[in-house]
Design a protein around this ligand. Structure first.
Ligand SMILES: C[S@@+](CC[C@H](N)C(=O)[O-])C[C@H]1O[C@@H](n2cnc3c(N)ncnc32)[C@H](O)[C@@H]1O
Length: 217
């Protein structure tokens, strides 16, 4: 059996005792385990509200800030990196956020299995790893198959908001999303708080591009 090409590499990274404790103690309250069955937003959040999925939430500062600023929307963050998941769980707890849950799993599989078609109000994809070397381009998340999967999961009018500080990846994202027949570029701009990864890039002089597409009505 061939192994799937992943968009991430799980490195042995240092996890702080607080993050490790959060994974043990807070995940049962604010985390969702991977499952092959689509999530029912009403069961998870106890209400019917628009649902936005974030792919690769990193340490989760922006994720928590957006959820706190939009209490009328429910958010699910997907991240594979243990310290990042621990850090976000601590923020959810500290801020008392009722509208944010975390899944520690490959976002592609989460989209495929845990999200019913035509149900997402939005998808956030902020600074996915650009995989700059040509031989690694196949690891990039945004390719035709991902665009088709993401578009299928969006409700009509739902948006996909991607941001990157890697110009050549921005071009690829734009080309791939333009080629997806269910999507069209959005005329409106979407504001968002700066992310941790973005701040690093900006300090290095990188130019940030935001791309917003919508599922056709
Ligand atoms: C460059 S970091 C950016 C993190 C955050 N969005 C920010 O801007 O600060 C990319 C993150 O995406 C996560 N990631 C990449 N591919 C993923 C996948 N298929 N499923 C879940 N997380 C993924 C990585 O673990 C990493 O934390």
């Amino acid at each position: 059996m061939t192994r799937p090409v992943r968009s991430y590499v799980l490195r042995q990274s240092r996890i702080s005792p607080a993050q490790e404790r959060a994974l043990e103690e807070l995940f049962p309250s604010y985390g969702l385990g991977f499952s092959q069955v689509p999530i029912d937003g009403k069961t998870v959040f106890g209400r019917s509200a628009p649902l936005v999925l974030e792919i690769g939430s990193g340490m989760g500062e922006t994720t928590a800030a957006i959820a706190a600023a939009q209490p009328e929307t429910d958010f699910i963050a997907v991240e594979v990196h243990g310290p990042g998941v621990g850090s976000l769980l601590r923020k959810i707890d500290a801020l008392g956020l009722k509208n944010l849950r975390v899944i520690r799993h490959d976002a592609r599989e989460v989209l495929e299995h845990m999200i019913a078609d035509g149900t997402l109000a939005g998808i956030h994809l902020f600074f996915p790893d650009p995989w700059p070397k040509k031989r690694h381009h196949k690891r990039r998340l945004v390719q035709a198959a991902f665009a088709a999967l993401a578009a299928r999961k969006l409700a009509p009018g739902g948006y996909l908001h991607a941001a990157t500080d890697w110009p050549e990846y921005a071009e690829q994202i734009e080309a791939v999303l333009r080629a997806e027949r269910l999507l069209e570029p959005s005329r409106g701009r979407k504001a968002r708080p700066a992310t941790k990864f973005e701040q690093r890039g900006v300090k290095l002089g990188h130019e940030v591009r935001d791309l917003v597409f919508r599922r056709k009505m």
